[in-house]
Design a binder for this molecule. Structure first.
Ligand code: NAI
Ligand code: MG
Length: 360
């Protein structure tokens, strides 16, 4: 039976990196007879230009009908001055929440070939393999009320709200424990329970869920300490589970342990492992259109798609091996380049992964 993949290239470098990831996806599709049928639509700024909104109803319906979604990235200076209600990022938040994609998996893995690319000492990051599980459809990015207004004295004020319900915490905690169970059996829950009521509930619920996972060692850490520990001794972590905003920030920080955000894929899953797959980085307007963006984060997101949404472990592993092979060959985009390596552009990197996958 055929499987529908909706491709949303997005803005900035999105279309460039997605084109390379699609080449890899199509080869895997043929090689492993996956029966994927691809269709395309717009999200973010490209959707604002086409439909007048960052996520059109018809696009949302296509996304609902699809078996998985591949996304580039959204946003850029072109849309920075528009009505905040139709900013490109609102389209991304809406598709995540409308599809119930609450479980965001962000692995930070240092490829041994890229030990030089990290700004941290090799002994601090060598062999790093951690997973950040970020809650994606709750917390301060979605909380109501939120408002900017003018006070009677003429001063401007604004506020956001950080709500979490027990069920929202419980389901993401389970994702964290499930992941820890099949990895290093260590889960660190990150919160700010010394200050925030939502974090106090978070900690209490995570403790309750822990009772079902006696085989997983649970620890708690305040987010400010976690930020520090991630650069001091990142290998102390296996799986980190945390809220939407803390996860956003910590996963960008973790990306730098691996050398470049251009290497980091992500999966955003619902309760049935239907998912949207995208690189952790944004639309990189500073390098858009130059053909130099690193497509590997998006290509590795395809690997995550095969693994988590379709259970195609052999194909998923093969894509990761192909990426590793290309790094062995010394090919590097600018963001991961170091002395002695060959600098390549987006298309050449994509082609090299395709060639490597074809030989596996
Ligand atoms: P960004 O991730 O787009 O870029 C940060 C830095 O990393 C830039 O110097 C960029 O050139 C570099 N970079 C990112 N991806 C790269 C790649 N594949 N290869 C090589 N270098 C890469 O974050 P920034 O600059 O804060 O945001 C730019 C736009 O992207 C904004 O409009 C922002 O809202 C949006 N954004 C969208 C996200 C998404 O679609 N999921 C996530 C983060 C930001
Ligand atoms: Mg971010």
């Amino acid at each position: 039976m055929s499987k529908q993949i909706l491709v949303l290239p997005g803005d900035g470098i999105g279309p460039e990196i997605v084109a390379e990831a699609v080449k890899v996806l199509q080869l895997a599709n043929e090689k492993y007879q996956l029966g994927f049928v691809l269709s395309y639509d717009e999200l973010g700024g490209a959707a604002v230009d086409k439909y007048g909104v960052p996520l059109a109803d018809e696009t949302l319906e296509r996304a609902r009908a699809a078996d998985a979604i591949l996304l580039g990235a959204v946003g850029g200076p072109k849309w920075d001055a528009i009505d905040p209600a139709i900013r490109p990022e609102r389209g991304l938040l809406k598709i995540r929440s409308q599809l119930g994609l609450f479980g965001n998996l962000r692995p930070a893995l240092l490829y041994p070939q890229l030990a030089e690319a990290s700004t941290l000492k090799p002994e601090v990051v060598a062999g790093l393999d951690i997973l950040i599980v970020r809650e994606l459809t709750g917390g301060i990015y979605f909380g109501a009320p939120r408002e900017s207004r003018l006070l009677a004295n003429g001063e401007r004020m604004a506020y956001d709200t950080l709500p979490y319900s027990e069920s929202e915490i419980r389901r993401i905690a389970k994702v964290g424990f499930d992941m820890a169970r099949v990895r290093g059996k260590k889960l660190c829950s990150v919160d700010k329970a010394n200050v925030l009521a939502s974090s106090q509930l978070w900690r209490a619920v995570v403790e309750e869920v822990a009772k079902d996972y006696p085989d997983v060692e649970l620890s708690h850490m305040y987010v400010d300490n976690a930020a520090m520990q991630l650069v001091r001794a990142p290998k102390q972590f296996d799986v980190i589970v945390t809220d939407n905003m803390f996860g956003d920030i910590l996963s960008d920080e973790a990306s730098m342990l691996t050398g470049s955000i251009g290497m980091l894929p992500s999966a955003s899953l619902d309760a049935d492992n239907k998912g949207m797959y995208e690189p952790c980085h944004g639309s990189a307007p500073d390098i858009a259109g130059k053909g130099i963006a690193n497509p590997l984060a998006t290509i590795l997101s395809v690997s995550m798609m095969l693994r988590y949404s379709f259970g195609q472990i052999e194909a998923a592993n093969a894509i990761e091996q192909a990426v590793s092979k290309v790094l062995d060959q010394g090919l590097r985009t600018g963001d991961i380049w170091s002395d002695g390596c060959r600098k390549v552009g987006t298309v050449e990197m994509g082609d090299a992964v395709v060639a490597a996958l074809a030989t596996l």
